[in-house]
Design a protein around this ligand. Structure first.
Ligand SMILES: C[S@@+](CC[C@H](N)C(=O)[O-])C[C@H]1O[C@@H](n2cnc3c(N)ncnc32)[C@H](O)[C@@H]1O
Length: 252
């Protein structure tokens, strides 16, 4: 199997650059949820020191984790995300290793006690995901844990069509039932459409995906949900309504 970026992934940098231009989500300071997520990780894994974050966006979690005392390596494809991360680290007075690179080809070092990938798993095909999982297995220390947010098919299937109108853009969620992928489309002020798509998995789907990667699913916990009716985010939902679940993976 080749170890290069998957074909068809040329949309990734332009899409997240555009999402940042429209929403500012990767240029913001850390939010209380990033600080809380880092604090919880410290509490759950008191012995862990070396943390690798994949697809670190604008570095808001990475910087919060460094402030909790983790030795953070943050890997991100977007140059603008890495620049923002370094700016945040300077402002907050923390140090971290920010690596601009592609997680299919980069060599971020290791071994790591924790590998985290928040809100991004599923960008490629099942084969791409297996390739990434095999790499994660190689980066983990023998007693290490990988923590991944996984999108659930049931949430995204039931929210297909949800549309958010703002003064500057329109955002529409969809769900490709045949491919089991959520789609997230921004319509910019000129009317041009820009989409991302992520593969959704149940815990059982993920168990099958993990076969041969060197990792096994140790735990799965329901994550949060965005209530499209009230427009509010709930950080903790139940299995029936969660938008993501958190998979805790360990070496086999
Ligand atoms: C949905 S965003 C989530 C960002 C961040 N984890 C967060 O929760 O705010 C996915 C991120 O993964 C990055 N990414 C996607 N493919 C990547 C790859 N092959 N290597 C490194 N980063 C990648 C994107 O540039 C983007 O910043």
């Amino acid at each position: 199997m080749s170890s290069s970026t998957p074909p068809g992934s040329g949309w990734i940098v332009p899409f997240y650059d555009l999402q940042d231009r429209l929403t500012g989500c990767y240029s913001a300071p850390p939010h209380a949820t990033h600080v809380e997520a880092a604090r919880r990780l410290r509490e759950q894994y008191p012995q862990a020191t070396r943390l690798l974050e994949l697809g670190a966006g604008g570095g808001q979690f990475a910087v919060s984790a460094a402030a909790e005392g983790f030795a953070v390596t943050a890997l991100e494809l977007r140059a603008a995300g890495v620049s923002h991360m370094l700016r945040l680290a300077r402002e907050q007075g923390v140090t971290l290793s920010a690596v601009q690179g592609d997680f299919y080809t980069a060599t971020p070092g290791g071994p790591f006690d924790l590998v985290a990938y928040w809100d991004g798993f599923g960008i490629g095909s099942d084969d791409d995901q297996r390739r990434l999982l095999t790499r994660i297995s190689g980066w983990l220390a023998p007693q290490g844990h990988a923590l991944l947010d996984i999108y659930t098919p049931w949430y995204w299937a039931s929210h297909a069509g949800y549309t958010r109108h703002t003064d500057t853009y329109t955002q529409v969620y969809g769900f490709d039932r045949a491919a089991c992928r959520m789609t997230d489309t921004y319509v910019d002020p000129s009317g041009q459409r820009h989409s991302q798509s992520l593969r959704c998995y149940s815990p059982d789907d993920l168990r099958r995906l993990l076969a041969g990667t060197g990792l096994r699913l140790a735990r799965a916990e329901p994550g949060g949900m965005f209530d499209t009716g009230t427009g509010t985010w709930h950080p903790q939902a139940d299995w029936a309504s969660c938008m993501t679940f958190q998979a805790v993976l360990v070496p086999e």
